[in-house]
Design a protein around this ligand. Structure first.
Ligand code: SPV
Ligand code: MN
Length: 632
């Protein structure tokens, strides 16, 4: 219960009309949440964001006035900088408060509840002095939808509030509609002390998650992955909620794939920097979302919505040839935030791989930048960060799908998993069924590290459903829920595994970037029942003729039989090694469903048997000769 004095304090800090905007929601928890930080963090004033476009614009203007963003030459475009040490999600300092009610996975990064809360108390104490506190209401999902969760964000960063306004649907009206007792996720953020508009005390950066209270705290950071509560912070809360309610909260895009009159929707889970956004943005197809989806069983079929309304995408290598649609929206007037790119004197942004000539000087995430300038090691000082990003509304894209806002979501026909894999799995294959796909593709997902991540390059990292960083419940429970979710369906989506990153012995990639258009279309043809396949020990793979025809029709390219044989070779020792690695990972954890070991074990048996008959590396045409074509 909020007492009279704290209400008076709240009223006195709210900008004109703000207090009424809060009380009209008729939600005691909202008032208590806002009043707590009005008092504890001592902001000078409080801005309450409603669904009005003028509120969004006022926040955008604030971000510019405060210097958190700088206006670029093109109308509506701004650039924001996170400090040089605040350029990624901070896994080490993202922790779960120990819980009184929930069994937390021992592998999670935990902090003792009392200790964590004490620390947060000290970091949030008076942290907003001299600043404006923005109170924002958003929806995770479409308006008026059974999928949708509500979220309230408190932040002292106009950049964070502005980003959220682009990335999420405004939810003030939904709060009002749901009224007293409406439950919602809470996010509270302070950028902490600022120096040149960036968080100064990044060594005190903290992201603490409280699953008991559905609240996430974030301090001394600005990077969106750590601060935009509705993104990866909400995903952790949603995964717990979903596991209790028999639905799925996933790190997945949603796209529509069209062939003639038929359109099928797919979701896709890929770890960061593995082609997720560019798959969702394939030319000729339509996008619903590129990062986070909620999936539910609706009368026996899977339906999904995009939790978000915009894209916070990696900008490196976005150029007119590889990503024409994104490039167009980044070079058209509109509400766009560039982060950690070079801003030239003429107000034009430059990023790695943009294909443009570099200016002689400008400003970037490390400060002033000059061409030819060297760092301490004598290397060229980077003019933009590898994880530099853009923030745009999905609505600015000409390929946005017509069903983006459908309250009941879209029916999902296929789920795609993909990782970076130089030598094991074929470019595309389909699982035998839900259980086989979930366990040998999603739960066995791995990805090789790249130069863009810290540490050594080319090291395989296990990444359960590409959701590993966000899974807030025991892994066994998470996998068990997936299996149960599938069992309860009348129509299970097909599950696929793709690999865009196969390499030749000399290290060159076997496939071009645009080849994914073919794999996606083949998956659509499979779920439409329009393509046959060859059954292999690891799944169904395409027939040469089908793929060659698609290469021709979509890319105007010849697809030689030799390329097919090489790319779709069943690599038995490599596949067995992968199974052994994955089994070893799961043996470390308790309560992993027995089905996981059974299904992976059976796959290993099939591979060993095939090795006995055909040798270690088996050509797809040999498998077709022996087994024929499966029409299933
Ligand atoms: C990812 O890294 O998966 C992203 C960006 O989508 S972040 O907001 O950092 O999570
Ligand atoms: Mn992501």
């Amino acid at each position: 219960m909020t007492n009279k004095t704290s209400m008076e304090l709240l009223r006195s800090k709210c900008l004109p009309g703000g207090f009424e905007k809060l009380t009209i929601l008729n939600n005691e928890s909202v008032l208590a949440f806002v009043a707590k930080y009005a008092e504890h963090s001592s902001p000078d004033r409080i801005f309450v964001r409603t669904d009005a476009g003028t509120d969004h614009e006022a926040i955008r203007q604030q971000a510019i006035a405060l210097g958190e963003e700088k206006a670029l030459a093109m109308k509506g475009h701004t650039v924001h900088y996170d400090g040089p040490r605040d350029q990624a999600r901070d896994k080490e300092n993202t922790r779960y408060l120990t819980s009184k009610t929930i069994r937390l996975h021992p592998a999670l990064n935990l902090i003792d509840r009392e200790k964590g809360l004490d620390e947060l108390d000290s970091f949030f104490k008076d942290a907003m002095k001299g600043k404006t506190m923005f109170v924002c209401f958003f929806c995770l999902g479409p308006i008026d939808s059974p999928f949708t969760l509500l979220a309230a964000q408190i932040t002292d960063s106009a950049y964070v509030a502005h980003s959220e306004g682009i990335l999420y649907r405004s939810g003030y009206g939904e709060f009002k509609k749901r009224g007293a007792g409406a439950s919602f996720f809470r996010f509270v953020h302070t950028a902490g002390t600022l120096e040149d508009c960036v968080s100064k005390d990044v060594d005190k950066r903290r992201v603490y998650i409280d699953l008991d209270e559905d609240i996430v705290y974030s301090t001394n950071t600005q990077y969106a992955g750590n601060t935009v509560g509705l993104k990866k912070l909400a995903l952790r809360l949603a995964i717990k909620k979903a596991s209790r309610e028999d639905w799925l909260a996933e790190h997945m895009f949603i796209m529509g794939v069209t062939d003639g009159d038929a359109k099928h929707y797919f979701t896709g889970a890929f770890p960061s920097a593995c082609g997720k956004t560019s798959t969702a943005m394939i030319p000729g197809e339509t996008i619903i979302g590129d990062d986070i989806a909620y999936l539910r069983n609706a009368d026996g079929v899977v339906r999904a919505v995009n939790v978000e309304d915009g894209i916070f995408g990696i900008i490196q290598d976005v150029n007119p040839a590889d990503d024409p649609i994104i490039y167009e929206s980044l070079t058209t007037p509109g509400d766009v935030i560039f982060s950690n790119v070079l801003a030239a004197k003429n107000g034009v942004p430059h990023w790695l791989g943009d294909g443009k000539a570099l200016p002689d000087e400008g400003v970037t995430f490390t400060g002033a930048w000059r061409k030819g300038e060297k760092d301490k090691e004598g290397k060229d000082k980077p003019y933009a960060h590898k994880n530099a990003r853009y923030t745009v509304s999905l609505r600015s894209l000409r390929n946005v799908d017509e069903n983006l806002d459908r309250p009941e979501g879209v029916e999902i026909s296929g789920i795609i998993f993909g990782g970076r894999d130089s030598n094991t799995t074929v470019p595309v294959q389909q699982a035998f069924d839900w259980e086989h796909g979930v366990l040998t593709m999603g739960a066995a997902l791995e990805s090789e590290t790249t130069a863009a991540t810290l540490g050594k390059e080319g090291v395989r990292q296990f990444n359960l459903m590409s959701n590993l960083d966000f899974i807030s419940i025991p892994f066994g429970e998470y996998i068990g829920n997936y299996l149960l979710f599938g069992e309860r369906l009348d129509r299970q989506p097909s599950v696929f595994l793709v690999n865009y990153f196969l390499r030749d012995a000399d290290g060159t990639y076997m496939n071009a970037i645009e080849d994914k258009r073919v794999w996606v279309k083949w998956m659509q043809r499979r779920v439409a029942g329009a393509a046959g396949a060859i059954k292999t020990p690891t799944g169904y793979i395409p027939l040469y003729e089908d793929i060659a025809r698609l290469f021709n029709a979509l890319l105007n390219k010849e697809y030689p039989l030799e390329a097919y044989k090489k790319q779709f070779t069943l690599r038995i020792p490599e596949n067995i090694a992968k199974i052994d690695r994955i089994v070893a990972v799961y043996q470390k954890y308790e309560n992993i469903p027995a089905a996981l070991f059974d299904v992976l074990g059976a796959q290993k048996e099939r591979l060993l048997e095939a090795a006995g008959r055909f040798g270690e590396h088996v050509s797809p045409t040999l498998l077709q000769d022996v087994q024929g074509v499966s029409r299933k």
